[in-house]
Structure formats: structure tokens, C-alpha cells
Design a protein around this ligand. Structure first.
Ligand code: SAM
Ligand code: SF4
Ligand code: SF4
Length: 422
């Protein structure tokens, strides 16, 4: 009994979930079966032995070393566009004067990044391709890292057809921002040609769609585009950081009810268009993972154009600084991460979830509210995240098709919506 008593257990939809936050394993079983074991003489031991043999539920973890999962490398703050919502405040007039030079990237940044051993590198900006030397940067990166760990975030408008073969050979995945394309037929046609070439090369592509009052009417078109080019769909409800704070003050997309409606609308489109692909449905259906903390607490770093390193690209304040890659050695950077992770205040900020989370049924599967958003405007809205997690943990059925699961998710969200708002 002791073994079972020490682990949290949650129950919903006639299922019981026993979880072990330490080794991140969890098991779901019908509540009747669980009770059957509990009520039978010696049943608890039989159950525990079985759970450990089959799922290693009670196994102790080897001491977990902190792993640097992702480096977000903003190669410049400048952009060819000036999106009203840009968290990075990028624009065509952003200074590039203090950006890391090609020589610095070659001689300082890449050797240090190699020693930090990241599992993933995201090239971002600003717009990476405003740098005339971007192709050289990507080539140099490939001397150090497998292309499959390199992701590029871009609005794509500065990419030419002639660049496609190079990008396909040197980048593992490309994430295009598409919300601006539907207002401009020329840009859309140009980008469709690039997408077609990348699709033929079987390069992994994702389309990121920031939804706000002026773009949400294009949601259906965005999904059609994903379907046409077999792209992953990333739906980004407007985050009120950077320029969005001033330029989207009265945008209804900051209201969590609107965000829920947006997801319901996206589901309806998918069902109407019948695009039941894993790339598109993956936005809604995913295998839940036990989480204790946000990645910014030790698993990611954000390298800025001037070499400053932060815990997250949206936490660009002195408090969250880890040093500067121009001047700090790798041991100094690793030590700065270690100091933050052992600081009482930082542990409090990143590891202790607010009181709203204490009774939340999916709290073990959620890293808690976004720290950057909490710092900026004390926002803890999470309704859609909570409901999607709840569905995936307790209601999604791996034996059913994507279409069947998507249809039951729609019914689930609609009933939650009505229960909550009417
Ligand atoms: C800052 S951009 C840099 C890369 C590139 N210029 C682009 O737009 O893809 C990185 C990502 O952040 C997203 N983003 C920017 N501002 C945002 C906001 N206020 N809310 C949600 N996503 C945002 C962009 O849409 C893009 O997918
Ligand atoms: S979101 Fe991307 S494309 Fe838009 S201004 Fe910011 S950096 Fe440029
Ligand atoms: S879904 Fe919301 S309430 Fe639940 S744990 Fe996550 S942030 Fe907290």
C-alpha cells in the first residue's frame, strides 16, 4: 500500500491515473479495475508489482542532469516587416549596429554553443534573412550541428526560389509566419511557390498563425494552406508582450473566452475540410507529458543579437540575464544557469504554481502559467490549455481514429464552453 500511497492519483471520466512526478511515468486504468484490486486481499501488492513490471512506475530516476533542450538564437533584431503584435519590437529601422558579426559567430558563438550541447537550435529574429550573411551563418552552423536539430523561424518573404535547395539541405525544420500573407496576393503567391518546392523536397515545414482581431478571419485559409502543403499548424493566440501591449490594447483576442471560441472554430474548419492529418490535428491531440516547470528554468536559453543570454526570449530583463556570449566562458554561463536554478527566489517564481493550480485536475501535466506573461501583466488565463489537457488525459482514445477523437473533442469543448459561460 505504501508504494501506492506515496504517488498522486487523479480520477475523471471513470478512469484513474496514478502518476510518479519524479520519474515522469504515469498509468491510466478504468476506475472499476482499480477498485477491484484495492478491495481484494493482497490486491494492492499485485497491482503495484504489475505497474512496476510493465510501466516501471515506481522506479527511481537516475540523478537527472539539467539538459539544455533549446537555444533560441535571434541573429538580428531588425525585420523587413513591422507587425503590430511583434513581441520583439522588430522593424526595418531596428539598429543592427551591435549585432554579433559573422566573425564573432564563427569564432565565439558556435564553439561555445557546441560546448553547451543543445538538443535543438532555433534561428530567429527579427527576421533572420535581413542579414546578408544568413546563408553563411547557416552553413557554419552545419559544421557544428546535425541539420535535424536546426529550426528556422522566418516570415519567408526574403527567401528566393534559388535558396530552397540550400535550406532543405541544411535546416531540419522551417517555421513560416503566415498570418500576414492573406492580405497580400503577391506575397501569398510568392510564398506558395516556395512552399511547393520545400514540399517536393520533403522538408518539414510549419505554419505559425498569430490570431488577433484583424487576422482571425483568415483562420480557415490558414488551415487550407497547411493542408495543401502538408505543414504542421501552430496556432498562436495573441500574446500581449512587446509591441502588442500598445498596439492591441483593446484586442478581444486577449480574452480567454475568445481564445476558446478560436479553437472551437479551428476544430469546426478541420472537420468541415476533413483535414484529419497528424500535422494539423497535432495542435489538439497530443500525448500528455508530466511537467514540473517551464523550460525557461534551466532547459532553454535565448541568445540575443548583441550576445546577451536570457532565460527566455520573452524574459529580456536584467533579472533573467545569464551573461553575454561575447565575454563569458562556457563554465561561467553554465554556472549562471546553476545559480538561478538553486536560488530560492527563482525556485519560488518558476516552481511554485499559483493557488489557482492547486486543485486543477491537470496540474501534473502543465508547467503552470507563462512566467513572462505573469511578469508583464499578471495574466493567468489558461482555460483552453486546461480543457485540451483534460481531454487528452481523460477522454482521447488511442484506439479511435483522428477524426473520431477530433469530433469528440469538439463536443467536449462545446459542452465546457456552455457550462462555463452560460
Ligand atoms: C518574433 S518572430 C521572429 C521570426 C520571424 N520574423 C517570424 O515572424 O516568424 C518569432 C515568432 O513569434 C511570433 N510572435 C511574434 N509576436 C507574437 C505575439 N504577440 N503573440 C504570439 N506570437 C507572436 C511570430 O509570429 C513568430 O512565429
Ligand atoms: S513577428 Fe516576425 S515578421 Fe513580424 S515584425 Fe516581428 S520579427 Fe518581423
Ligand atoms: S491548466 Fe491552468 S490552472 Fe491548471 S495547472 Fe495549468 S496553469 Fe494551473
Amino acid at each position: 500500500m505504501e508504494r501506492l500511497k506515496n504517488l498522486p492519483c487523479i480520477s475523471e471520466n471513470k478512469k484513474v491515473i496514478i502518476l510518479n512526478p519524479e520519474n515522469k511515468r504515469w498509468v491510466k486504468m478504468p476506475v472499476d479495475l482499480y477498485n477491484h484490486y484495492l478491495n481484494k486481499a493482497g490486491g494492492v501488492n499485485i497491482l503495484c508489482d504489475y505497474l512496476n513490471r510493465k510501466y516501471r512506475l515506481f522506479e527511481k530516476n537516475n540523478i537527472e542532469l539539467p539538459v539544455l533542450k533549446s537555444v533560441y538564437f535571434a541573429v538580428t533584431g531588425r525585420c523587413n516587416l513591422c507587425c503590430s503584435f511583434c513581441t520583439m519590437n522588430s522593424s526595418p529601422v531596428t539598429s543592427m549596429e551591435n549585432d554579433l558579426t559573422l566573425d564573432e559567430i564563427r569564432n565565439i558563438v558556435l564553439p561555445k554553443l557546441e560546448q553547451l550541447e543543445p538538443q535543438k537550435i532555433v534561428l530567429t529574429g527579427g527576421e533572420p534573412f535581413v542579414r546578408a550573411d544568413m546563408i553563411e551563418i547557416i552553413s557554419m552552423l552545419n559544421n557544428y550541428f546535425d541539420k535535424n536539430i536546426i529550426t528556422l523561424q522566418t516570415n519567408g518573404l526574403l527567401i528566393n526560389k534559388a535558396d530552397v535547395a540550400f535550406l532543405s539541405d541544411n535546416i531540419g525544420a522551417i517555421e513560416f509566419s503566415i498570418e500576414n500573407l492573406f492580405d497580400n496576393r503577391n506575397n501569398l503567391n510568392k510564398m506558395k511557390q516556395i512552399f511547393e518546392l520545400l514540399k517536393n523536397k520533403k522538408t518539414v515545414i510549419s505554419f505559425s498563425f498569430v490570431a488577433h482581431n484583424a487576422t482571425k478571419r483568415y483562420l480557415g485559409k490558414a488551415l487550407e494552406l497547411c493542408d495543401e502543403f502538408n505543414a504542421y499548424f501552430i496556432l498562436r493566440p495573441l500574446s500581449m508582450l512587446g509591441r502588442a501591449k500598445d498596439q492591441h490594447k483593446s484586442d478581444t483576442m486577449q480574452d480567454e473566452r475568445e481564445v476558446v471560441l478560436l479553437y472551437i472554430e479551428a476544430l469546426k474548419y478541420i472537420i468541415k475540410l476533413r483535414c484529419f492529418t497528424k500535422n494539423i490535428c497535432g495542435l489538439f491531440l497530443e500525448q500528455p507529458v508530466l511537467r514540473k516547470k517551464c523550460g525557461a528554468f534551466g532547459n532553454i536559453v535565448a541568445l540575443q543579437p548583441d550576445g546577451t543570454i536570457y532565460m527566455c526570449e520573452n524574459l529580456r530583463k536584467y533579472r533573467y540575464e545569464l551573461g553575454n556570449i561575447r565575454t563569458d566562458s562556457v563554465p561561467q554561463i553554465k554556472n549562471a544557469i546553476k545559480i538561478k536554478m538553486s536560488s530560492r527566489n527563482f525556485r519560488q517564481e518558476f516552481l511554485i504554481k499559483p493557488s489557482v493550480c492547486q486543485d486543477c485536475i491537470v496540474r501534473f501535466f502543465c508547467s503552470g502559467p507563462c512566467v513572462a506573461e505573469s511578469v508583464a501583466f499578471n495574466d493567468n488565463s489558461c482555460r483552453i490549455r486546461k480543457w485540451l489537457l483534460e481531454f487528452n488525459v481523460f477522454y482521447a482514445d488511442a484506439k479511435k481514429t483522428l477524426e473520431e477523437n477530433m469530433r469528440s473533442l469538439l463536443l467536449f469543448l462545446e459542452s465546457k464552453y456552455h457550462e462555463t459561460y452560460f
